[in-house]
Design a protein around this ligand. Structure first.
Ligand code: FE2
Length: 365
């Protein structure tokens, strides 16, 4: 058991997207998802090459960064991948030890240990590479009182649409290449001390068309859960393969955000323009037989097209947005857990049929 405690993680510190227009991205997350303005770094703070906006809701912190000049690593990332997740930052007590422990187990360094300081204290960071061009930053902010990080100031803006009840990052899913799932599951096991919660194979997750395989990796205290997907052969192109083609490599597929009232949260998200996958009516004809008694009325769930699934420990309510950018890559899941610790396996078939409908509209099946 000792071996599992070499990398204690306290939660997701932030998620950083590389995007072509950081201000508009941040404004979208304010308007559509109810994130609140937190911090800014850019020309007016003396930063000449990158502009970043940070927004927050509950424990979820998102950073949007854009290049101010050509030829930057951010610019190249956007050119290849489109807007996407670059950094999954994890809270640690000791960033120097986190780097040492993971590198000694085979991790590649993405960011050497560094202490960032200003008048509000110091933040210790370090980082390692994971799938694709994605990295994990280890962040120790226990000695910092500023808004976000040294180099950032508070983002002062009058425009503050209300929050929508999003509380924390439940899980983040990575899509990796053909036959790569086991390599990356092993990476999280060996290098980061994660254990495997569940696996699905193509018999669980295949419809007439799409297919994928998935393993869910979790850290010791369960605060960090990373399902890893790879495509599988189907009659037509797997949605994972479509992602890999458009992202031009492995990367973050979806971010699941938790709410304690999914009906209210999703109603408001829809009112603010967020679009969700539309599952067929028939789904609701049989769902109650499958999941049994639940606290909610079926009608509002059906009206909003919220999905329901049950496991040994309880049930969960979930819904998936359409991709949030022009490329069919990154999307969001909104999830409310009522005891269930699983990921909605019972919904895969209904869900993938809905995704395929979208794929066929895009002509990418
Ligand atoms: Fe998910």
């Amino acid at each position: 058991m000792d071996n599992k405690d070499f990398l204690p993680l306290n939660g997701t510190d932030f998620i950083e997207f590389y995007v072509s227009n950081s201000l508009q991205a941040a404004r979208y997350y304010q308007s559509a998802f109810g994130f609140q303005p937190l911090a800014y770094s850019g020309l007016s703070t003396g930063h000449k090459s990158i502009e970043s906006y940070v927004v927050q809701q509950g424990k979820i912190r998102l950073v949007f960064s854009s290049p101010l000049i050509s030829g930057t690593p951010i610019g190249k990332h956007i050119d290849q991948h489109g807007d996407g997740v670059k950094v999954i930052a994890l809270m640690v007590d000791n960033a120097e030890k986190a780097l040492k422990e993971t590198v000694s187990r085979g991790a590649e360094i993405a960011h050497n240990f560094e202490s960032l300081e200003d008048q509000d204290g110091s933040i210790h960071i370090s980082g390692i590479k994971t799938y694709g061009d994605t990295i994990h930053l280890f962040v120790d902010r226990s000695n910092y009182k500023g808004v976000f990080m040294p180099g950032f100031v508070a983002w002062e803006t009058e425009y503050k649409p209300s929050e929508l009840g999003l509380k924390y990052v439940d899980h983040m899913v990575g899509n990796v290449g053909w036959n790569d799932m086991n390599n990356w599951a092993e990476f999280y096991a060996k290098v980061m001390g994660f254990t495997q919660l569940i696996s699905f194979d193509d018999k669980d997750i295949s419809t007439d068309y799409t297919a994928l395989m998935s393993k869910v990796m979790s850290n010791n205290n369960g605060r960090i859960k990373f399902p890893i997907n790879e495509p599988a052969e189907g009659k037509k192109k797997s949605q994972i393969e479509e992602y890999l083609n458009f992202y031009e490599g492995a990367g973050v597929q979806h971010i699941a955000l938790a709410t304690s009232n999914i009906i209210e949260t999703v109603t408001k998200l829809k009112n603010r323009g967020v679009e969700f996958l539309h599952v067929p009516n028939e789904y609701y004809d049989t769902v109650m037989d499958r999941v049994g008694e639940i606290d909610e009325e079926l009608e509002p769930l059906k009206d909003l097209r919220i999905l329901i699934d049950r496991d040994d420990e309880g049930y969960l309510l979930q819904i998936f947005t359409k991709p949030i950018g022009p490329r069919p890559t990154v999307f969001y899941e909104i999830i409310q857990r009522k005891g269930a610790k699983s990921f909605g396996k019972g919904n895969f078939k209904a869900l993938f049929e809905a995704i395929e409908l979208e794929q066929s509209k895009r002509g990418t099946l």
